[in-house]
Ligand binder design. Structure first.
Ligand code: 5GP
Length: 194
């Protein structure tokens, strides 16, 4: 079991509506040593590929992206969630439905930060239905850059995102895959990935 899996079992809180709270260590309070371990683990899984840039989505993806980017020694670009967009043609845009807030956001990336032909590793905190990832994929495709892989901290394996993204042919690595959870008992079932 890796350090993230152990930490999820210790400190993860299951909320109704299939939401796993990891506020204690990942996306409110952040355990920097855990994130460093995660960055190293993602590096090990993708180090045979050429990575020019890490792309993520604000806010929770940024800290994880930083941990990974340290090991690859490359810049991070994060997609911004834009509610009322004044679009001026200088940005790539995708529509993303938020799993946790149930609303739709446009996410944008300035055209100057993703270049044609760049090798991109996408990183995010959670994978549920795959909307956030599809938005990032769309933006990177618009830029004619290349997606060399996708690193996810927590994949909820009982939701369709992982299957959808793998079926699209992407190399997707999830540090922890949750196969089931119960908000009454706080039971969390992790997939054995060894
Ligand atoms: P998707 O777009 O794959 O449906 O959902 C992914 C996004 O929703 C992630 O970027 C994450 O911010 C949020 N998310 C989805 N499921 C969970 C969850 O169980 N817990 C938390 N904290 N965030 C989640």
């Amino acid at each position: 079991m890796n350090c993230l899996e152990k930490r999820i079992l210790k400190d993860g809180v299951v909320k109704p509506g299939n939401v796993l709270k990891v506020d204690n260590f990942l996306n409110h309070q952040i355990d920097i040593n855990l994130l460093d371990e995660m960055g190293k683990e993602f590096y090990e899984r993708f180090k045979d590929k050429k990575v020019d840039k890490i792309v993520t989505i604000e806010a929770s993806g940024i800290a994880i992206a930083f941990a990974v980017a340290r090991y690859f020694n490359v810049p991070i670009v994060f997609a911004k969630k834009a509610k009322s967009v004044n679009i001026d043609g200088d940005v790539y845009i995708a529509e993303v439905e938020s799993f946790t807030h149930k609303n739709k956001n446009q996410v944008i990336v300035s055209k100057k930060f993703i270049n044609e032909g760049e090798n991109i590793l996408i990183v995010d905190d959670f994978l549920a239905n795959g909307c956030a990832l599809q938005g990032l994929i769309s933006i990177i495709k618009q830029a004619k850059a290349k997606i060399i892989g996708i690193g996810i901290a927590v994949e909820k394996g009982f939701q369709p995102g992982g299957t959808i993204i793998r079926n699209l042919g992407y190399h997707l690595e999830s540090l922890a895959i949750v196969d089931g959870m119960n908000s009454d008992t706080n039971e969390i079932i992790l997939r054995n990935q060894n």
